[in-house]
Design a binder for this molecule. Sequence first.
Ligand code: ZN
Length: 453
Amino acid sequence: MKNKLLELCARLPVDYAEVRLQDGVSTNIHYAGRELEDIGERIERGGCVRVLKDGGWGFATFNDVDDIEKYARMAVRQAELVGGQKFDIAPVDAHQQVYRTPVDTDPADVSLVDKQAMCHRYNQSILKHERIQSSVVVYRDSHATTRFASSEGTYIEQEIIFSGAMVAAIAVEGANVQRAREAKGDLRGFEKVTRMDEDCEDVVRRALESLEAEPVEAGTYTVIVDPELCGVFVHEAFGHLSEADFLYENPRMREIMQLGKRFGPDFLNITDDGSLEGEAGFVPFDSEGVAGGRTALIKDGVLAGRLHSRETAAKMDERPTGNARAISYRHPPIVRMTNTFMEPGETPFEQMLQETPDGIYAVSWLGGQTNKEMFTFSAEEAYRIRDGEVAEKIRDVVLTGNVFQTLQNIDRIGTDFHMVGGLGGCGKGGQSPLRVGDGGPHCRIQNVVIGGR
Ligand SMILES: [Zn+2]
């Protein structure tokens, strides 16, 4: 198969050609309240051909590998029709590699019946509490082998095994609706999802505590965010702006996102790293066959880099970063994050608290929106900070702001660090959900606008 694919790519009358073949199986289980909304295993088998000819991309997908020649010709024809300004993709060395995810237990070796029994147990343990109105339990796994070949002689075979689960409790009293959730998801294997009984108890307790809490008083506060909220902020508010396809198409943002420009205090470092084995956003090789690597986005407070495909790297005269990712063979690769995080700093969390006479401690997130540089995030849990200590719980805390102003307002970064994978919520260009990791330490931000819901 290897030689057949390489030979086909080399033979096509184009500037560049690549083939991806995917063979895998995925599982999905979804409880909403007492209802089992979805359960099933799906075989994902197929492939795609992508070619570049005279500045035009052609892309064709297929399910039967025997038809590959036909679809390759279709991709070439498509590229010829698209045409355009001829451009090169950034050069990378041709290489041949095989990668397999090391896992504790392969989810493919666990029966669907056992996976459902586990989800049912989690769901029951949440719903047994009288004051819990509803629940959500979601389990997902995938085991896929992808073969990649290009006209440049690169051939990569990678087997990626993902498993993850999310449990959530919903408590309701009149118009007061409070949720708490916990998710685990990465490439380390099935065992972590078998140990979520305590998480179920935890989400129940947190949802009920939030129900009893007083709503936050809207205003401007000093806010300490926990590693999870920090990670979401870094991914959603800043990371997407670092994706070079977005920047390339957006002259105003390109003007703002100038390399070398100061974005925050000199102890602020934000990084995307696809080479962290085991993490949810681990990308041994991206969907263009480029090895996942570490890219400093902000280094010592200064904008230092951005995320590229081979096309955007060439167009912006930078280096490819291994961030061209497709969620399956049905899609062409686009520029995506991998594991995106704020690097730890120098202030222990306890000291950060002690140095905060009055503020809010915001923990984890429930959702939010971003629109270019503006963001709105709901914290899942929040507490007042009084006299340097975590005080009473408050609810309905929504953080709003401009990402650039917010980065400038960071004045303490914690020594701790936590990566969060979960079920992979990243969506872009119709490709969702993509597995990514977000993370960071505790960090303190001045002058955050907090609105109640
Ligand atoms: Zn995203």
